[in-house]
Design a protein around this ligand. Structure first.
Ligand SMILES: [Zn+2]
Length: 365
């Protein structure tokens, strides 16, 4: 992901978003189709028609990508894994799942659902071709290309290079066979990196053969895949290091609590700027009543800082996620990552009045 993310709305309750890098690929696909593919395949149309059908095809292609991602997302949700968002970006789409599937079989089915949807779409477009050709040459051209591109999308994603869908299926198979999810990630990640390197090599070979644009694109995809596999493996390595450790070993025992009536300006001047502090427990009468984060402060317009108080923008105690000193560190960090939480108060005793002593800490992730 590169830059700004534009929300498009929700399908089945799942937010669909557009990364700004998508516009680049949209322009590139439209241009390739309007200036290359369509004029070569279907001769004698007016120029504007190539551009129009090019743009329509590009949009239909990205709708196909959304259907591919939705298919992952709905199967994941069926198996009880929450889906946070679907984002379209320069290399296609990505579904952000709230956590790892609970079993190897589920992982395989969730991963396979996307390519299955693409192959099904390809078949549907193929079947509709005769009807379209009776309608208009442009309709035939559109359907023929969509059948082709969905077939490619399905087949490409079945390549067993983690984190492509095929790589996830592969990971699920290794997991099922070895009963060791960590090992499966390492094996699939290694294969994913190899596949990434092979793409780069193939791309370079294409470039040397004079096929510059295609070669560059293939290398670029290979580089992206290798990076993605690498970062999955690094994340896995961190999780494995944490296995068996407890929250108390990683928490920061010192924390700052601030009175609920302190203004944001006072907090910024006295704590954020001086100590670089990013989160505060908010207390009233010696009891923790909420958590205030730097993010919560910066969401407020600056001119309001001298008047808005900590308790006005804090996350109230009832909505605060907390953890315990003896909780499993790996579990906690996986949950924090899933929920997009950067710090988590550790509350030792259910009596909040004790929270002011060293029994409360902030885990900073
Ligand atoms: Zn997929």
């Amino acid at each position: 992901m590169t830059g700004r993310v534009i929300p498009l709305g929700r399908i089945a309750g799942i937010p669909i978003r557009l990364d700004s890098s998508w516009f680049l690929i949209f322009a590139l696909v439209t241009w390739t189709l309007a200036a290359g593919y369509y004029p070569a395949e279907f001769k004698g149309w007016p120029r504007w028609e190539y551009w129009m059908i090019g743009a329509v095809t590009a949009i239909m292609f990205f709708i196909s990508v959304v259907l591919h991602e939705l298919s992952h997302a709905l199967v994941a949700r069926y198996f009880g894994t929450s889906v946070q968002s679907i984002t379209l970006f320069i290399f296609g789409g990505v579904s952000r799942l709230g956590g790892v599937p609970a079993s190897a079989t589920r992982e395989i089915l969730i991963a396979a659902a996307g390519p299955a949807a693409s192959l099904l779409l390809a078949a549907v477009f193929r079947v509709l071709e005769p009807a379209a050709s009776a309608l208009a040459p442009a309709a035939l051209a559109l359907l023929r290309y969509l059948a082709y591109i969905n077939l490619m999308l399905g087949l490409f994603n079945l390549i067993p290079g983690f984190p492509l869908d095929g790589g996830r299926v592969f990971r699920g198979i290794v997991w099922g066979v070895t009963h060791d999810a960590d090992r499966a990630t390492r094996v699939a990640g290694t294969v994913g990196r190899v596949v990434g390197y092979l793409f780069v090599l193939f791309g370079v070979w294409q470039i040397l053969g004079g096929n510059f644009i295609n070669g560059l694109w293939i290398s670029f995809i290979g580089w992206f895949l290798e990076n993605a596999a690498m970062s999955e493996m690094q994340g896995q390595a961190i999780l494995e290091i944490l296995t068996g450790h407890k929250v108390r070993e990683a928490m920061r025992p010192d924390y700052t609590s601030v009175p609920a009536d302190r203004t944001l300006q006072q907090l910024v001047d006295g704590h954020v700027l001086v100590h670089g502090q990013r989160s505060f427990l908010v207390e009233r009468d010696g009891r923790v009543v909420g958590l205030l984060t730097l993010h919560g402060i910066t969401r407020q317009p600056r001119p309001s800082w001298p008047t808005v108080r900590a308790e006005d923008v804090m996350i109230p105690r009832t909505k605060m996620r907390t953890t315990r000193r003896d909780a499993d560190l790996r579990d906690v960090l996986e949950h924090m990552d899933r929920d997009g939480v950067n710090q988590l108060p550790v509350i030792e005793n259910s009596h909040l009045s004790f929270a002011k002593t060293s029994s409360t800490s902030i885990v900073d992730g």
